[in-house]
Structure formats: structure tokens, C-alpha cells
Design a protein around this ligand. Structure first.
Ligand code: ATP
Ligand code: MG
Length: 316
């Protein structure tokens, strides 16, 4: 009997050559898992392969994928070693349970000048610190959708953290996205850079600005949310598969339905709300002070921390 070749990637599937594999990946079928759960006719449509061949590929992908079941205590052990990035302020780290966590998406929303970008810069520096010293000993992928990335701020914050400023800047790969398609592509194609540069933090600053300007009005909402959903899904899968932290900033609007209390609401709707593992709301206080409210977290209670934006970065 012929020995079966073990299937480890899409290219190993029966009937899938390099060209078909590329077409599959371009259509979002970028893993064995995604093919295992695919509808064969979708694969056929995406690649031009026959329905029969597509059925065989799906069947083979099903056989090849394994699902591991873990006991809760195993999950607990793994979570104890989950990496965290310090925010620079002990009070904020504390309400977060030790800092911004790897393997998840942390969203910060707030009005202009509330400090969302500045906190992002601090994380860009701190992630480079050694594990156990507030960092993950890794690099950064920074998707700048608003043209507000400032290397001079990174330099100042890195200097204050006593890092080699040239190295700190080299460890940050910046993509300036001017359309939502560029933003999506930057994340779709990030795997290679993430591996090569040991990236442990992906920043998207901001998540929604391009989507909002390109899809105005109710009519475009369905298409926008569909694209956004896939984009966020990819961010989550990067966080899971590379053990990295995703930090996204988000704009706000006044929700007219909230008559009493603070009407400030993050944009992006339920899709963003569900996707963010941890949500923070930042608002201005006196002078350099900012109030950061933990709005949603899988394991920590609602709480507030007061931080400062200083020339050296985020501090208590
Ligand atoms: P937006 O929604 O407009 O993007 P944001 O929430 O990203 O706003 P930031 O750009 O993070 O806001 O914060 C801007 C604020 O950070 C400034 O108003 C200023 O108070 C503070 N800031 C910026 N640079 C410095 C610096 N070098 N030293 C001290 N504070 C600074
Ligand atoms: Mg900003």
C-alpha cells in the first residue's frame, strides 16, 4: 500500500498545486482549518478547480486537522505564562491585571487628544523590554491610518526607558495606510514580517477612520461591517497564532439614545465591541492627566486609573 504523505499545509492537499494554493490564500482560505470547514463550491468558485476536486480537498483537510481538547487546569497553567506589556503606569497595569495582554485585542476609545496614540507609542517601546521587565522582548508592526506616527516621540520614550534609541526605532515596522483596502492588506500580509522580526505587538491607529470615511451612510453599512469583520478576525488570528498583543484605537461619537450620563460611544458597532478582548475608555482630565476606565475585560472588574502623558511617555 502506498504510504500517505502527511498533510501539513494547503499545498500538501490532493489536487492543489502552487497556483491553486495561491488563489485559495488570496480568497481567505489560508489554512487547513479554513479549508476543512469550507463549502466545496466556494473553493471551486475561488480557484476554478472542479467541484469533485474541491470536495476531495475539503475531505483531506478535515482528516488532516486536529482539534485539541485541554482541561481547564491546563488552560490555567498556560494563562499564567501569558505575556503582558506594561503601559508605563503602575495604576493602569494593575486594573488590567498586569498590563496589556498578549493573545488578545485591547481597544482604547476616546475623544481627540485623549491619549490613545501616546499610549500606543509607549507600548511600542515597552514591548521591546525583556520578558519579566514589562516587555515581551519583541518588535512592533504599526498600521498608521491617520498619519500620526511620530518617530521623535518613540525616540524620546525609548530614551527615557534607557533603550538604544536607534534599535528601538528599527524594531518598529510602520505601514502608512491611506485606504481601508491598504489597511486590510497590511494585516493580511503580516505573517511573514511577524515571524521574521519577532513582532509581539500590532498597533492599528485607528481602526475605524478609513472605514468610516469610505463607507458613509446607512446604505454602505452592510458591506463595511462585513469587511471590518474579516479584518478583525484576521487580527485575532494573528494574536492567537503568534502570541502577540493587538492594540487598536477607536474613535467615538455621541450616542443620542443616552440621555443621562456620558453619551460617548465607540464607533464600529457590535462587531468591534465583541472582538475586543479588553476595552478601555480614555478621557481628558486636568492638564496632562487622563482617566482610563476599564469598560470590558474577561477577568478584571470595571475600574479606573489616572495616568499622565509626559514628555517621557505614560506615567502614574
Ligand atoms: P486623536 O483621536 O486625535 O488621534 P489621541 O487620543 O490619539 O487623539 P494623542 O495624540 O495620543 O491623542 O494625545 C495627544 C496629547 O498628548 C496632546 O494633546 C498632549 O497633551 C499630549 N502630548 C503629545 N506629545 C507630548 C509630549 N511630547 N509631551 C507631553 N505631552 C504630549
Ligand atoms: Mg491618535
Amino acid at each position: 500500500m502506498a504510504k500517505e504523505k502527511s498533510i501539513k499545509s494547503i499545498e500538501d492537499l490532493p489536487g492543489i498545486g502552487p497556483t491553486t494554493a495561491e488563489k485559495l490564500k488570496a480568497s481567505g482560505f489560508d489554512s487547513l482549518d479554513s479549508i476543512a470547514v469550507a463549502v466545496p463550491s466556494d473553493l471551486a468558485d475561488a480557484t476554478g478547480m472542479s467541484l469533485e476536486a474541491a470536495k476531495k480537498a475539503v475531505e483531506a483537510a478535515k482528516q488532516a486537522t486536529t482539534l485539541e481538547f485541554s482541561s481547564a487546569s491546563e488552560v490555567y497553567e498556560r494563562r499564567k505564562v501569558l505575556g503582558r506589556i506594561s503601559t508605563g503606569a503602575a495604576s493602569l497595569d494593575e486594573i488590567l491585571g498586569g498590563g496589556v495582554e498578549a493573545n488578545g485585542i485591547t481597544e482604547v476609545y476616546g475623544k481627540f487628544a485623549s491619549g490613545k496614540t501616546q499610549l500606543g507609542f509607549q507600548l511600542c517601546v515597552n514591548v521591546q523590554l525583556p520578558v519579566g521587565k514589562g516587555g515581551l522582548d519583541g518588535g512592533v508592526l504599526f498600521i498608521d491610518t491617520e498619519g500620526t506616527f511620530r518617530p521623535e516621540r518613540i525616540e524620546a520614550i525609548a530614551k527615557a526607558a534607557e533603550l538604544d534609541t536607534a534599535k528601538a526605532l528599527d524594531n518598529i515596522s510602520v505601514v502608512r495606510a491611506v485606504s481601508s483596502d491598504q489597511q486590510i492588506l497590511a494585516i493580511e500580509r503580516a505573517d511573514k514580517t511577524i515571524k521574521e522580526k519577532n513582532i509581539k505587538l500590532v498597533v492599528v491607529d485607528s481602526l475605524m477612520s478609513l472605514f468610516r470615511s469610505e463607507y458613509p451612510g446607512r446604505g454602505a453599512l452592510g458591506e463595511r461591517q462585513q469587511k471590518l469583520n474579516a479584518h478583525i478576525h484576521k487580527l485575532q488570528s494573528l494574536a492567537d497564532s503568534h502570541g502577540l498583543a493587538v492594540y487598536i484605537t477607536n474613535q467615538v461619537m455621541d450616542n443620542p439614545a443616552i440621555l443621562f450620563g456620558d453619551p460617548t460611544t465607540p464607533v464600529g458597532g457590535n462587531i468591534v465591541a465583541h472582538a475586543a478582548t479588553t476595552r478601555l475608555y480614555m478621557r481628558k482630565s486636568k492638564e496632562e492627566k487622563r482617566i482610563v476606565r476599564l469598560v470590558d475585560s474577561p477577568s478584571m472588574p470595571e475600574a479606573e486609573a489616572v495616568i499622565k502623558i509626559t514628555p517621557n511617555g505614560i506615567r502614574d
